[in-house]
Design a binder for this molecule. Structure first.
Ligand SMILES: [Mg+2]
Length: 166
């Protein structure tokens, strides 16, 4: 019986503190609870999906973006993610070919590639687009309270609380 389950994490505002268009490694600060990834890693495949529109907007370079991601992984102390998708598409480009959340493309792809039913995938994030990406893919979502919740009601107040719901 296939009982594979997965979690897709948003990065900014979910696993590290939110910064508008983070472009420098010194802006990376992990949130409380990231150490719990070691525990949930035993039962779930973990993925990372972050929108980084600062690149197409000209606010940072792809190299800046990579240096922030590298620092994020360095501070975690390991790379828990089976696959990472940094979506560089500009706002407004959320069509079927785009990886920009709320596009369901990344969730669809990992569902196929790793043979996981979308209903066994949970997106954890702090923005409306995270919850909508999950909805568009037929996956579940847990939305952490933040100023970026938009029209979606938050489910929890923290990452720790989100992980306790799994
Ligand atoms: Mg976020």
């Amino acid at each position: 019986m296939n009982m594979k389950r997965a979690i897709v994490f948003d990065r900014d505002g979910t696993l590290m503190e939110h910064v508008d268009y983070p472009s420098r490694p010194e802006q990376v600060r992990l949130v409380d609870g990231v150490e719990l990834l070691r525990e949930i890693h035993r039962e779930y495949l973990l993925f990372l999906h972050t929108n980084q529109s600062g690149v197409p907007r000209g606010l940072m370079t792809a190299t800046d973006c990579r240096s922030v991601q590298r620092e994020f992984i360095r501070q975690l102390g390991w790379n828990p993610f089976a696959q990472t998708r940094i979506a560089h598409e500009a706002p407004g480009d959320e069509g079927p070919d785009s990886y920009r959340k709320p596009s369901p493309r990344f969730i669809h792809e990992i569902s196929e590639e790793f043979c996981i039913d979308p209903r066994a995938i949970t997106m954890i994030g702090d923005s409306e687009c995270d919850a909508l990406a999950a909805k568009n893919a037929g996956a579940k979502s847990i939305l952490i309270r933040s100023p970026r919740n938009g029209s979606m009601p938050p489910d929890v107040d923290s990452l720790e609380e989100a992980l306790s719901l799994l």
